[in-house]
Design a protein around this ligand. Structure first.
Ligand code: ADP
Length: 561
């Protein structure tokens, strides 16, 4: 073992002392003295300088007290150099491993796969848990609230059927002790002492998880909004040719309202070119859309889409360059209503025209024209008799020729006379219905005689038409000057009008009981139009089953009132 001759040691056992490493001598001496004194078993490891170099020796010997009082040891000296070196190497590599594990920016622990004892935890884990947990059971200390190995333990996933380590197993978990999310990489490794252990490297991904969750929530929120919107939304991207000129657009997403409009499935549209989907090349509104997608400046178009047979109001916005979204509202109904209103207005114009020209009460006509004729004859007579100078004569003749064409001829009206004329034109109805008419003295006002006659013959005509057959009919006509207006009231004690209908009755063709009475639903519309044209107002106060009062306010006559 030492490469030295046997005699060197047989002659004097103490020769061994000469080859022990000087630093190891004191300890050796202490131990051997102790053994000699108490006759205890001698065990010691020390280094020796031999001819073969430095070696590690393990000494085991039993002491015996001899008769002469000296001590003799029987035992072995074993060269354990190899073992020491390999143990050292393991220790070094273990230290290196621990250094590496401590420098990883993650939690690392190693646990016995059988007993769940923690054999190693790195500094990150110690810091995070704030106490030393080596030697404790992993499921009791790393997790909380467990009454046995964790149900999600990955141990069984780390070894193959033959009990050999498998690949790294990666998973994510929210820790029950600190509530943080970890990305875990687990694998089975053989520990220094030969047993199989699990090593887990867990990276804190709480922030990422939070961000993911927030993103998911916002994505979810907008997705719900997107799909439940009644507006038709579609996202597109521009398609360019080899020269960089836009030639088409591609649909990248659309909502349910949009598929409903087009009558196509999402799959038939998403990823498809506008030219394919809308069967036109270039696709509809390519230039308008491209401008928004390229400049980012939003735009708005309102047009009829023959393909869908609908009027759409479309807002175009660009969420990022070369992309655009269209948000369309179906305005077909509004357009249709607008058209109806236009048509109704046109009809109304016609009616007013007819009313003011053709539906004149014959009596008023005769009366008016005969009076007009009288004046004219009078004027002619004066002009001819007096032989007025040239200019004045021409002037008068021109006025006469114009008067017939004037559409609206506002004059001071003698309302007592006007109402008497209206009543006498309705004389037949009044007599047959046995109604009682009360006409009070009325103030004068300004208006077109023919048209105002029409107004009152309509109102009194209605009063007669809607009397209540169960009682004596009474129609009262009164008037007063109020705040610069002459206000007239046609009152009846007829069937009355329910409050909810009082606004509508002035609308065109609006009738409350079409089957019960005759009429077109025109009368009150004409009344309102005429009164407004003459600078006045009309309104109603009525109580069902009691009667109605129709008020007409017209500009007062400044000379008489
Ligand atoms: P119509 O030509 O059908 O009489 P109007 O425009 O004159 O149409 O009147 C519209 C509706 O208003 C009538 O159909 C009737 O229901 C109601 N109405 C008008 N005047 C009276 C009234 N004096 N009393 C009760 N209802 C009336």
């Amino acid at each position: 073992m030492t490469g030295m001759p046997k005699e060197k040691f047989t002659e004097n056992a103490a020769s061994i002392m000469q080859i022990i490493y000087p630093e190891d001598v004191p300890e050796f001496m202490t131990k051997i003295r102790e053994s000699a004194k108490s006759l205890s078993y001698f065990f010691h490891v020390f280094r020796c300088n031999t001819l073969k170099g430095t070696i590690w020796i393990e000494a085991r010997a039993t002491p015996n007290r001899l008769k002469d009082g000296t001590t003799q040891w029987n035992g072995f000296l074993v060269d354990i150099t190899e073992r020491i070196i390999s143990e050292k190497r393991i220790q070094e590599s273990n230290n290196r491993l621990i250094t590496v594990m401590n420098s990883i920016d993650a939690i690392v622990y190693i646990a016995d796969m059988e007993t769940y004892e923690l054999l190693f935890v790195n500094e990150d884990l110690l810091k995070a848990w704030g106490r030393d947990i080596i030697g404790q059971t992993c499921w009791k200390t790393i997790q909380s609230g467990m009454d046995g190995p964790c149900p999600f333990c990955t141990n069984h996933l780390l070894l193959d059927a033959a009990g050999n380590p498998k690949e790294v197993y990666q998973w994510e978990i929210k820790n029950s002790t600190n509530g943080k999310w970890y990305d875990c990489r687990d694998r089975a490794i053989r520990w220094i002492d030969g047993r199989m252990v699990r090593m887990e490297i867990a990276t804190d991904i709480t922030e990422r998880k939070e961000a993911e969750r927030a993103l998911f929530e916002s994505e979810n929120k907008f997705r719900t909004l997107f799909s439940s919107m009644s507006e038709m939304v579609a996202l597109h991207e521009l398609v360019f040719d080899a020269h960089g000129k836009f030639v088409d657009y591609r649909i990248t997403d659309c909502n349910e309202a949009y598929t409903f409009l087009t009558g196509m499935e999402k799959e038939q549209m998403i990823g498809k070119l506008g030219s394919e989907v809308y069967r036109s090349d270039p696709p509809p509104f390519l230039d308008d859309y491209a401008e928004v997608a390229l400049t980012g400046k939003p735009n708005h178009i309102e047009t009829f889409f023959p393909l869908f047979n609908r009027y759409l109001s479309v807002s175009i916005v660009s969420p990022e360059k070369n992309k655009f979204a269209t948000v369309a509202t179906d305005i077909s109904e509004i357009k249709r209503a607008e058209k109806t209103i236009e048509e109704k207005n046109e009809e109304l114009e016609q009616i007013i025209y007819v009313a003011s020209h053709d539906l004149r009460s014959p009596l008023v006509n005769v009366d008016g024209y005969s009076r007009e004729l009288e004046y004219t004859v009078d004027d002619f007579q004066k002009v001819l008799e007096k032989g007025a100078p040239g200019s004045e004569r021409v002037e008068t003749l021109l006025r006469l020729s114009r008067s017939g064409r004037a559409a609206l001829n506002i004059v001071a009206l003698d309302m007592d006379a006007l109402l008497r004329a209206v009543l006498s034109s309705l004389d037949y109805q009044i007599t047959t219905s046995g109604v009682q008419i009360r006409l009070s003295p009325l103030p004068s006002c300004l208006g077109d005689e023919i048209q105002i006659t029409q107004v009152f013959s309509n109102l009194i005509g209605n009063a007669l038409k809607f009397l209540d057959g169960r009682r004596q009919g009474v129609i009262t006509i009164t008037g007063a000057v109020e705040k610069g207006c002459s206000v007239y009231c046609v009152e009846d004690n007829g069937i009355g009008i329910a409050p909810e209908h009082q606004e509508n009755i002035f609308q065109l063709f609006h009738r409350l009981n079409p089957q019960k009475t005759e009429g077109e639903g025109l009368g009150l519309t004409i009344v309102k139009q005429i009164v407004v044209r003459n600078g006045g107002k009309v309104w109603v106060r009525s109580e069902i089953n009691q009667g109605s009062r129709f008020y007409v306010a017209l500009p007062m006559n400044p000379h008489t009132n």
